[in-house]
Unconditional design. Structure first.
Length: 430
């Protein structure tokens, strides 16, 4: 962002109200959303101009201290996403790229409103001539009515549950043969006649609040995400990743909920799967970090969200000087939590088994700052909407100990929330 002015809004405004007031008049727009009840962190709503991914990739990664003048770390830069298939191809795996969505899509941030949830302060950053216009938008923003329920429908599945079970067994065969240790097998659910992406996202965030939610519309395609997984965060020269492997649904009663969380924490298969991905991410980060600086900050923590319990670990390292954002992506993307291990062998096997592109699903989205800081989430628990056609990807990590029925059920757990926001139910058997 160049030639920008920064002013503080005199009062707190609900980000949802600002989004509803701004979205209909904007072509390319983003809302990086800390959640409807956030008491910490930042949300940003803004617009920008479509830019080349090469511009973003060429930025030196690292980041400095938080910019005090504008509401947190995103003091200018880019917002967008990277799809899975192109990254898999660049890593040397065979790939089928999604027509029209093969390339990453990014916009340079030109006008933005930042929301500091802890301090309850709102900042406007835009070209001087646009600041008053945005201030007026915030002044006029009023709490919107709840979005209307979506008309009911039933999603189409890329694979039947029976076929997915067969693919699970094929994964286990590959693991038995020593071709992989773990494989993240995925599928897709599609919904037609979807209208009003903004209302879909409002329903999604209401039912599945998370710390890395987001609505990003670039070039006529919208990404709507309730992602609970941070892929990469960079600040002050340090890079951090927080892979998720291991899922349980929330319980119907407090006792059932605690039991499910304890079961997840103790599950041998889930723990082994998580540790394998931690080792993979340690290896990936070591390619761009100072020797000896890569550490496991947290291992096998249970984190609880509105619909699921997740098993989460945290790995970090200190970046070497002059590492670019593109270098960091080349070393780590696609994320090991969405491929399996070893990564290249896993991607090659999954290409043959899944038989179709993943597209934006299992890629990454978020922001890259002008100072080289960044925050990218995994594109999971997400909806990709082009025109009136939407899809939801879902999958799970397969190990030798995997049980087919449990893995099919886990896919259903993960897909159910995004599909509900579309008004769709899972096909029979899922």
């Amino acid at each position: 962002m160049t030639a920008s002015a920064t002013v503080e809004n005199p009062e707190w405004v609900d980000p949802e109200a600002v989004f509803v007031a701004w979205e209909r008049s904007a072509q390319d727009i983003f809302w990086l959303d800390a959640g409807p009840h956030a008491t910490a962190g930042w949300s940003w709503i803004g617009t920008g101009a479509v830019t080349s991914v090469d511009v973003v990739a060429g930025r030196t990664a690292g980041g400095g201290a938080t910019t005090a003048a504008f509401a947190g770390p995103l003091a200018g830069g880019w917002v967008g996403w990277m799809p899975y298939d192109q990254a898999a191809a660049r890593a040397g795996a065979p790939a089928r790229e999604e027509p029209g969505l093969a390339e990453g899509r990014w916009m340079s941030v030109e006008s933005a409103v930042g929301f500091d949830h802890a301090a309850r302060r709102v900042w406007i950053r835009a070209a001087p001539d646009d600041v008053d216009v945005l201030a007026d938008t915030l002044h006029r923003a009023s709490q919107p009515a709840p979005p209307r329920p979506a008309p009911p429908s039933r999603a189409r599945a890329r694979h039947t549950p029976e076929r997915y079970r067969q693919l699970i067994e094929a994964c286990r065969d590959a693991i038995r043969e020593g071709d992989a240790y773990q494989l993240c097998l995925t599928t897709r659910f599609e919904v037609d006649d979807v209208e009003d992406a903004a209302s879909v996202y409002r329903r999604l965030r209401s039912s599945a609040p998370v710390h890395h939610g987001g609505f990003v519309r670039i070039g006529g395609t919208s990404l709507l995400s309730a992602s609970p997984e941070q892929f990469l965060g960079v600040a002050g020269g340090r890079v951090r990743t927080r892979p998720i492997k291991g899922t349980r649904p929330r319980g119907a009663t407090p006792l059932a909920d605690r039991t499910l969380a304890a079961e997840l924490a103790a599950d041998t298969k889930e723990r082994a799967e998580n540790v394998m991905i931690v080792d993979l991410m340690r290896n990936d980060l070591s390619r761009v970090c100072e020797p000896g600086s890569v550490v496991v900050e947290h291992l096998l923590d249970v984190e609880t969200y509105s619909t699921v319990h997740q098993l989460v670990s945290t790995v970090s390292g200190r970046l070497r000087p002059a590492v670019t954002v593109g270098d960091l992506w080349a070393a780590t993307f696609p994320a090991g939590s969405m491929t399996g291990a070893p990564k290249l062998s896993a991607m090659t096997l999954l290409h043959a088994l899944e038989g179709a592109p993943r597209g934006v699903y299992s890629g990454a989205f978020g922001w890259v700052g002008a100072d080289g800081s960044l925050d990218l989430a995994m594109t999971i628990r997400s909806i990709v909407l082009t025109g009136t056609c939407a899809y939801v990807g879902a999958g799970g990590g397969i190990t030798w100990r995997s049980r087919a029925d449990a893995e099919v059920a886990e896919v259903g757990i993960k897909a159910r929330g995004p599909l509900a926001a579309l008004g769709a139910t899972l096909p029979a058997g899922w």
